[in-house]
Write a protein that binds this ligand. Structure first.
Ligand SMILES: Cc1cc2nc3c(=O)[nH]c(=O)nc-3n(C[C@H](O)[C@H](O)[C@H](O)COP(=O)(O)OP(=O)(O)OC[C@H]3O[C@@H](n4cnc5c(N)ncnc54)[C@H](O)[C@@H]3O)c2cc1C
Length: 375
């Protein structure tokens, strides 16, 4: 990336991804069952080499992949992102054996991954988690408790599960990350039906056995595994939102240029044209913030948590505004079931809440600013 723009290679790869998405992924996404894991779609992401790229390239490339896919198929984008979120802890913190056993399957799109942090009583305040890992016989732990809002649950093949190995009040310092295959005894789950169909559910752990071989990273350092994973993925949630915003902007440009109104076209009304200009302005500003945060992550620069939080906040809020304005400028047709904007209007809502709600991003930004100022 040049300082403020993508280089020709990056632009060509984005165009190629949009083309792959149109030709290979969108048709499979359409055949999927809403709210269920779409295994043929995940396998196709593997065949095209896109899942491989999750682990071989950096944060900026992840953003470019998510933004490009989201412009064409939010289902394909989400399937890709969830493989990354669920398997990144194995890639970054797993032992040789764990990595050898699982990552080739994830890359090929044969194993479906999930990231299980949230609980009924611990969402934004993840350090309040209660799922317990209690010592059992022969150096085992037994996991007991509940996770909720877990994407790909209960259909995933394995889960990165964050559990409390420390005292009940040990907060972030008493959490360990475990790699839990879906077929462990005592692990059950149920699907949840959401505004925008998304494979998601609850998980119930009833004495699920895990051993030292299942630990990801160190005992007691699971919270760092979770937060470092989120630092990588947060700008890319912004990129997902940007892809949706760009699709809404493109649709609005086309619609306002051809819709007859008051003896001309909609775009001839200055208030309409200025709203379109404002949409483009906001998308461009958010895009620069997202690319800058991802580049900072890749370069190991200072201020990654602050910049990742800024990127996620700005891009997801911008996308909501842009999609809403696009609906307004399309009129009734945008609300008809099956219209691109009806779909985007439902899809754009959740990213303002997950991986840290907007308000939580503000709290992170402020905390980091005060830390930086005190140095
Ligand atoms: C589509 C979707 C997919 C998801 N996938 C996953 C997944 O794969 N894995 C996983 O572990 N979780 C997942 N989640 C859960 C998600 O991470 C949580 O919903 C999120 O962390 C917020 O937690 P909560 O819903 O319990 O809201 P709460 O924590 O109850 O917060 C509710 C609201 O309170 C406000 N608030 C909270 N904290 C603060 C604060 N510090 N300052 C000011 N205001 C605040 C915010 O407005 C927030 O939206 C998913 C959620 C959705 C919607």
């Amino acid at each position: 990336m040049g300082t403020f723009s993508l280089d020709p290679d990056q632009l060509a790869r984005c165009a190629e991804l949009r083309d792959f998405a149109r030709r290979h992924l969108a048709p499979l996404a359409e055949k999927g069952e809403p709210g269920r894991v779409n295994r043929p779609l995940v396998a196709e992401l593997g065949r095209l080499g896109l899942l491989d790229r999750l682990f071989t390239s950096g944060a900026l490339d992840l953003c470019l992949m998510r933004e490009s896919l989201a412009q064409v198929s939010t289902e394909a984008e989400t399937a890709l992102a969830l493989q990354g979120l669920g398997a990144h802890p194995v890639h970054a913190y797993g032992t040789e054996e764990q990595r050898r056993r699982l990552l080739p399957e994830v890359r090929a799109g044969r194993a479906v991954a999930a990231f299980a942090l949230s609980e009924p009583g611990a969402g934004s305040d993840a350090a309040a988690m209660e799922l317990r890992a209690e010592p059992g016989a022969h150096g085992q732990w037994l996991l007991s408790g509940e996770k909720t809002w877990i994407s790909n649950a209960p259909e995933a093949d394995f889960y990165t599960v964050f559990a409390r190995t420390g005292a009940p009040d040990s907060r972030a310092g008493g959490v360990t990350a475990f790699l839990v295959p879906a077929d462990r005894p005592g692990l059950t789950g149920a699907s949840l039906d959401m505004l925008s169909p998304h494979p998601i559910g609850t998980l119930t752990f009833d004495g699920v056995p895990v051993t030292a071989d299942d630990v990801l990273g160190e005992v007691g350092s699971g919270f760092r595994v979770a937060m470092n994973t989120l630092n990588l993925f947060r700008p890319s949630v912004g990129a997902f939102a940007l892809g949706m915003a760009q699709a809404a902007l493109d649709a609005t440009l086309a619609h306002t240029a051809r819709r007859d109104a008051f003896g001309g076209k909609l775009k001839d009304l200055q208030t309409v044209a200025h709203q379109v200009a404002d949409m483009a302005l906001r998308v461009e500003s958010a895009r620069l913030t997202v690319y800058a945060a991802a580049s900072a992550y890749d370069e190991g620069a200072d201020g990654v948590p602050r910049r990742a939080a800024m990127a996620k906040l700005l891009a997801t809020e911008t996308a909501q505004h842009v999609v809403d304005t696009a609906v307004q400028l399309h009129g009734a047709r945008a609300l008809r079931r099956g219209h691109l904007l009806e779909h985007l209007y439902r899809e754009v809502r959740a990213p303002r809440i997950y991986e840290g709600a907007t308000e939580v991003q503000r709290a992170i930004i402020a905390r980091e600013l005060y830390k930086e100022a005190a140095r």
